[in-house]
Design a protein around this ligand. Structure first.
Ligand SMILES: Nc1ncnc2c1ncn2[C@@H]1O[C@H](COP(=O)(O)OP(=O)(O)OP(=O)(O)O)[C@@H](O)[C@H]1O
Ligand SMILES: [Mg+2]
Length: 317
């Protein structure tokens, strides 16, 4: 699938989602970018701004298998991955797949589960397979985790460690809608749940070819080098204790490709890298004492890193 076709299909998905999540086109586009970049999405925000709704809308717009797991402190790893159960009839153990065997897995309030359970999910995210009692079972294709977390109410939570945040390609916060959008929401959502009315606008086969199209998008050597330099710059900022990882560089390039494709462009330009830099990198930075004292935010620092790198002249295909 070429970039124009990817943009066309992505536009249909975005339009379907925009009827559910009003006034948030940028958030919707980033959610799609995460999916097309074969990544996972972390949605972080205060209560009631539509995190769960965003995850559900994305899952529904694509005609794939969806599952949702509400993370709680007593959730066990096997509740996600599945486990072996004894079958009396055959006197054998058989594997009963858990909710992770879907195309889009919504991990709601991921920071409420124990670290052990979180890491079971994160393992699936990295490996796209589950290993239980010596058996290995491949997950869906595509497979995407959309995790939500609330950064404010920290009581009784287990915040995701940096190493685990690193597994998420993109982090978005939804934010409050503006008054006009909020009013439109009342009209849309006042009497019925529009999620119920959302019909899939694309199927898995189309989604797979969109993903393949993004993967095959042309990226010039200058643009790849630019990604490396931007990520490198996050490691050299004095306010940052831990900069972004090489995994982050990979995610940055993939997300930039997906961003370019959703714009219908068949090649990546530095602008694409800049457009996704904050959502791809900010959640991975750990501030040092200087950064904390100066009240810098990770997003701020990503922008500072981008500003330090010379932009290569835009390549033409
Ligand atoms: N921008 C928006 N557009 C449309 N509906 C919205 C928007 N923001 C919030 N809502 C509505 O507000 C309600 C709460 O949304 P949702 O449950 O998704 O929030 P949440 O962020 O997951 O909250 P929590 O952190 O409590 O789980 C839903 O009915 C949702 O449709
Ligand atoms: Mg929620």
């Amino acid at each position: 699938m070429d970039a124009a076709a990817v943009a066309d299909a992505a536009g249909r998905i975005a339009a379907a989602m925009a009827r559910i999540i009003v006034g948030k086109p940028d958030t919707i586009r980033l959610a799609l970018v995460a999916m097309l970049a074969e990544g996972h999405l972390l949605v972080e925000d205060v209560p009631g701004v539509g995190k769960t709704t965003l995850a559900k809308a994305l899952a529904r717009a694509v005609d794939g298998a969806v599952s949702r797991v509400q993370f709680t402190p007593d959730l066990l790893p096997g509740d996600i991955t599945g486990s072996s159960v004894y079958n009396r009839q055959t006197s054998e153990f058989e594997f009963r797949p858990g909710p992770v065997f879907a195309n889009v897995v919504i991990a709601d309030e991921i920071n409420r589960a124990s670290p052990k359970t979180q890491s079971a999910l994160l393992e699936c995210m990295a490996e796209h397979q589950v290993t239980v009692d010596g058996g290995t079972y491949p997950l869906g294709d595509p497979f995407m985790v959309v995790a939500t977390q609330n950064p404010v109410e920290m009581d009784g939570t287990y915040p995701l460690p940096e190493a685990q945040q690193d597994r998420f390609t993109v982090r978005v916060s939804v934010g409050y809608p503006d008054p006009a959008a909020e009013l439109a929401m009342l009209e849309e959502h006042g009497s019925t749940d529009p999620l119920e009315r959302l019909r899939p606008v694309t199927d898995l086969r189309t989604l797979r070819s969109m993903i393949a199209g993004v993967r095959g998008l042309h990226t010039a050597a200058e643009v790849r080098r630019y990604c490396v330099e931007v990520v490198g710059a996050t490691r050299r900022l004095p306010e940052v204790r831990l900069g972004a990882s090489p995994r982050a560089t990979l995610h940055l390039l993939r997300a930039a490709r997906a961003w370019a494709a959703t714009a219908g462009r068949g090649y990546v330009v530095p602008d694409d890298v800049q457009a996704v830099a904050v959502p791809v990198l900010a959640h991975r930075l750990v501030l040092g004492p200087e950064g904390v004292a100066a009240r810098r935010t990770p997003a701020d620092l990503v922008r500072a890193a981008v500003a330090r790198v010379a932009v290569p002249s835009p390549p033409r295909s």
